[in-house]
Unconditional design. Structure first.
Length: 227
């Protein structure tokens, strides 16, 4: 699972791309203007940015230039109808990592997304484990000692994030930035509520919680069995 910012002003195309990426198991935040894209990049963290070159007010290439000049390092895939070597040279010189020329096949989009996300610390696994808990992200099932438990969508996403970053502490702000896409719902109280509900489902037969509270640092998922 990756958190992807999609900036495409063609709403029909944006909807198609969003659906394809979500079907692939990713979280997608669609935006329709360059200024809106920059606003999200100032407040949220993403694993991949997909930018349309030609957007109103602020173009994709200007978004890229601004983001890179501010130290942004997230991979950028540029969507464009521009096909000349000169255009691609401009994009690459300003921080674009890869190009996809319109019109494109959704399979090629998926392949390029996988390639850009393929980093040593972000390789995506379909099945993850922590102690006696197993998550299958393809079937969207979570089991404890082989028995399936039912999680709400946000509980599932939160657990998946913890499983992909075991034994690492994340602050409340960091979790809200990485797990919540809806800013109106991204509140510390909402996070606490979901942590509480997730613990109730994971810790039914445990003397200690799988998700630890680390004072001054936040929350982490412990992979060692300390019960």
């Amino acid at each position: 699972m990756a958190k992807i910012l999609l900036a495409e002003d063609d709403r029909d195309l944006s909807e198609v791309i969003t659906f394809a990426l979500q079907t692939g198991g990713h979280l997608v935040q669609p935006v329709f203007e360059g200024s809106e894209c920059l606003s999200y990049l100032r407040t949220c963290k993403f694993d991949l940015i997909i930018l349309d070159w030609m957007m109103p007010k602020i173009s994709g290439i200007d978004v890229c230039k601004t983001y890179r000049s501010q130290g942004g390092k997230t991979p950028i895939l540029m969507l464009t109808a521009k096909t000349t070597i000169e255009d691609k040279e401009i994009g690459l010189d300003n921080g674009v990592d890869d190009y996809l020329t319109k019109p494109f096949d959704q399979r090629e989009l998926a392949a390029r997304v996988r390639a850009l996300l393929r980093r040593p610390d972000t390789v995506v696994a379909n099945v993850m484990r922590a102690q006696n808990i197993v998550m299958d992200t393809v079937s969207c099932k979570v089991t404890i000692d082989g028995a399936e438990i039912h999680l709400r969508p946000k509980e599932f996403t939160l657990l998946e994030f913890f499983l992909r970053h075991p034994n690492q502490a994340f602050s409340t702000d960091a979790l809200l930035q990485r797990v919540w896409l809806d800013d109106s719902a991204a509140t510390p109280d909402n996070l606490k509520t979901h942590i509480k509900m997730l613990r109730q489902k994971l810790d039914a037969n445990r003397s200690q919680s799988l998700i630890k509270t680390v004072r001054g640092r936040g929350y982490l998922l412990a992979t060692d069995d300390s019960d």
